[in-house]
Design a protein around this ligand. Sequence first.
Ligand code: NCD
Length: 327
Amino acid sequence: MPISSPKPAARKSNPSIGVPFGSLLDIEHLTAKEISVIFENASRFHSRLAKNSSRQQLTKVLAGRRVALLFYEASTRTRVSFEFAAKNLGAVTTVVTAAASSIEKGESLVDTGYTIQATGAEVVVMRHPSSGAAQLLAQHLHVPVINAGDGMHEHPTQALLDAYTMLRHKKSLRGLNVLIVGDIFHSRVARSNIQLLSKFGAHVTLCGPPELLPALASSLAPGIEIQRNLENALVTADVIMMLRVQKERLEGLNLNIADYVANYQLTPDRMRLAPRDAVIMHPGPMIRGMEITAEVADGPQSAIVEQVANGVPVRMAVLTRALGIKK
Ligand code: NCD
């Protein structure tokens, strides 16, 4: 007899992609309207968090609901903010990491998913080193899957919190000049941001050396511009998003790190070329002294810490969406 979940969730599918309703696998297949609803709910949670100085549990809308966090790859902010987001809503959480679980013994992704579902998980948040892993898992489970980063594909909740942060500094995404600098090739964050920003009519410019930014990146969405010269690109930037060079994925690439730092590091001198109200962002983890100097990272234009904080209300909105909670 197959093992079944103690409380099977109703199997509702999104017919367009055949995955459980409430799943969030990428930004590409979300509409601008769906994204706006997530922002509205995040903003509501945000105001409530801000008023909640006594740190009491914010709401019980997910009281007793079980959220599993399945992390096959390193993470600090994404994992912690998903867990705190779930707990702020009253949910019960469990974190499964590759080390110290049966994944280490060779259990397949899908079997691990079945196991987590059979124990009663009602949502699975997953980070995985392979592109498409979240989609694969979602096709096999009847509970929603939230992609917390899959290989070089997408990191939808990061793009949501990034755009949410931009909207707290700028009136609209429409017409906003967003400059993304660095290792675009390996970045799921860049891919999700490009998708999201294009849906809202922002102008996206990508900047980096050919090794980390192939010319064909301009085909990721219509109207994407490529600039190789950071100084030129900074002049019109409203938002400057710096990315880490993903050394763990550099194998086979002939990147000269000293040249990279000389040409693409965001320094105080370079920042003087940008508009005074330009906002500096970084999805983290940032490597001070590599893509950004400490002075810039901690300077008055930096929204880097704020981005991390915004991850909590944004993920609260994504978790309530996954479980079909309207308010
Ligand atoms: C990034 C990731 O893991 O995709 N970080 C994040 O989740 N905020 C970016 C990176 O690893 O450089």
